[in-house]
Write a protein of this length. Structure first.
Length: 214
């Protein structure tokens, strides 16, 4: 829910947006959301930490929900940019899937992602808005992009996945496995790049054995 005290602020119109200020706002917002949670973070606090006015924050982001979603989307996009999910006919499907797998592992094992998911788990009962916004801005968009790729690969005769949505979920579930759960509960350190490579390749092998054609 948007803070009632913020509802009277009217975003500035017609002014060019400053990319540096936007980046500072996103950085400040990410830091505060991780430490204070969604409900405990105010737009005033974000503006103060970013070194800008609250009006400037609202000129970039219409409300706190939009800002939180943008912070999650930015993190996901920087690690898993949309083009990575495009079917590239110039390379084997295995190569595309492995790139996606490595990007996904890098994303979920980053300290920011680990800290955010730990916070979401601890705040699930008292701050459900944060969980909803996170899932819609991050995991759901990633699942949608993967489902689209599976549908394209089906049409190209590269995959035979009767339920593309389920196939997409299976792919990411295999990548997460027990390793990610162990990381979230502090049982082990986040997966390293040297560990991620063989794990991603194994998952892609399993995925192609289940859905591959030829």
């Amino acid at each position: 829910m948007t803070e009632a005290t913020d509802s009277t602020v009217t975003p500035a119109r017609g002014r060019p947006k400053d990319p540096a200020k936007r980046a500072a706002i996103l950085k400040a917002a990410t830091s505060l959301f991780l430490s204070q949670g969604f409900a405990g973070t105010s737009m005033d606090a974000i503006a103060k930490l970013a070194g800008v006015s609250k009006l400037t924050v609202y000129s970039h982001f219409s409300d706190k929900e939009t800002l939180f979603s943008a912070a999650v989307e930015t993190k996901c996009h920087n690690t898993l940019p949309v083009p990575i999910f495009e079917l590239d006919r110039t390379q084997p499907l295995r190569t595309t899937l492995t790139k996606i797998g490595l990007g996904f592992l890098d994303l979920i094992h980053s300290m920011e992602s680990v800290e955010l998911q730990r916070l979401l788990n601890s705040q699930a009962a008292v701050d459900p808005d944060m969980s909803r916004l996170f899932f819609e801005a991050g995991p759901q968009r990633t699942l949608n992009a993967m489902e689209h790729l599976v549908r394209e690969a089906n049409q190209a005769g590269l995959l035979d996945a009767p339920d593309p949505k389920q196939a997409a979920e299976n792919f990411f579930s295999l990548l997460q496995g027990c390793q990610h759960m162990k990381t979230l509960i502090g049982y082990r350190q986040p997966m390293t790049a040297s560990e991620a490579q063989p794990h991603a390749e194994q998952v892609v092998d399993m995925f192609l054995r289940a859905y591959g054609k030829g």
